[in-house]
Design a protein around this ligand. Structure first.
Ligand SMILES: Cc1ncc(COP(=O)(O)O)c(C=O)c1O
Length: 368
């Protein structure tokens, strides 16, 4: 039999597939549980449910499902351009912001070239990098966060891309405006800086820089954002990039023609206008974070301070058994051993009752 793994390009042979949070239905099947009784705090999703305005927009779009979507996403791009203070030709839409990361890798990386990213960085950076045969240069983290100085030092003549996330997933760590400015000022102008702001709406105005402010000054900067988190549309897969018009043009060349579907386009436009929903998401997240921190403190646990909609809890020992016990209690959180953090579990902020359920289950597991 032909070994088709051996025939895959070397970068792909060494890849492990992305491991998503366990779906509720899967756990329900495995343990014969009622899906309604399961709490999922594993994928940094928005616990609010979708914006009613987004749902209404989707319903308005259903009769057109036989048609291809607007391949240029004109309406959404126009609104994003206004919102972000850029020209429409500086906006690239993605099938989730994952797609944006992948477009960057396909357009700018190749065998012999490399991308620099941090230890404990988002799993898609190495996947997209290796998938095109490029090398991922992993820079040791500092206190679980990005060591931007060390990342600068890691850039070499073959570096084409640096991926940085603010806040970072799975650690929740962040850097401030001064650190970003110092970094951008020193990255060689031929190296594309991908500033991944998937969680920025949870942290805006909170010690974190707004990446958009630097776009006019640095034409090697790309800011990537998403509708999956604070806007609550993870299932629809809509993300976007803001960059120079030239980089947007390059990404557009490798983009699949209809990468964002029509329901997603309509819902994203509506979600963008739903300021109340966004404010509620932020408020719920702030309150949930405080609730989890208080509960964890009571249990004598520590965690990495986070500006995202999740928190990485440090158990000081391997968490595989704790995770299994939580699953048996119907609570899904995210093991991060795959990120080199076997002593941690990442917990997404849920509704008040969901957070309480997690804390209660955890107390029982730890005291069993
Ligand atoms: C740091 C970071 N970037 C990007 C993404 C991709 O999200 P999406 O493709 O849903 O926009 C995620 C998702 O968890 C993330 O944590």
């Amino acid at each position: 039999m032909t070994d088709f793994l051996a025939l895959a390009q070397p970068g792909v042979q060494q890849l492990s597939p992305y491991v998503p949070g366990k779906p509720v239905d899967e756990l329900a099947r495995e343990l014969d549980l009622d899906p309604a009784s399961i709490v999922k705090l594993a994928s940094n999703e928005n616990p609010l449910g979708p914006s009613p305005k987004a749902l209404e927009a989707i319903r308005g779009e259903l009769a057109e499902l036989t048609r291809y979507p607007d391949g240029n996403g004109f309406e959404l791009k126009s609104r994003l351009a206004v919102r972000c203070g850029v020209q429409i030709n500086q906006v690239t839409l993605g099938n989730g912001s994952n797609d944006i990361l992948d477009l960057v890798a396909r357009a700018y990386l190749a065998p012999g070239l490399n991308a620099v990213f941090s230890q404990y960085a988002f799993a898609v950076y190495p996947i997209s990098t290796q998938a095109v045969g490029a090398q991922g240069k992993v820079v040791p983290a500092q206190d679980y966060g990005h060591d931007l100085e060390a990342m600068l030092a890691a850039i070499d003549a073959n570096t084409r891309v640096v991926f940085i996330a603010n806040p970072n997933n799975p650690t929740g760590t962040w850097f401030g405006p001064d650190a970003l400015e110092r970094f951008l000022a020193r990255v060689p102008s031929n190296v594309l800086v991908v500033l991944d702001e998937a969680y920025i709406e949870f942290a805006e105005g909170d010690e974190l820089p707004d990446g958009l402010k630097y776009l006019a000054r640095y034409d090697n900067l790309l800011v990537s954002r998403t509708f999956s988190k604070a806007y609550g549309l993870a299932a629809l897969r809509v993300g976007y990039a803001l960059s120079s018009a030239q980089i947007a043009d390059v990404l557009n060349r490798v983009r699949q023609p209809f990468n964002v579907n029509s329901l997603a386009l309509a819902a994203a436009c509506a979600a963008l206008d739903d300021a109340d929903y966004l404010a509620q998401s932020r408020q719920l997240n702030d309150a949930g974070m405080a609730q989890l921190e208080a509960g964890l403190r009571e249990l004598g646990l520590s965690w990495i301070p986070s500006k995202g909609n999740f928190i990485a809890v440090d158990f000081g020992r391997d968490t595989a058994a704790i995770n299994q016990a939580l699953l048996r209690a119907g609570v899904i959180v995210r093991p991060v051993a795959g990120y080199g953090m076997p002593n941690f579990l990442r917990v997404s902020i849920g509704l008040t009752a969901e957070n309480a359920r997690f804390l209660d289950a955890l107390a029982k597991v730890l005291n069993a």
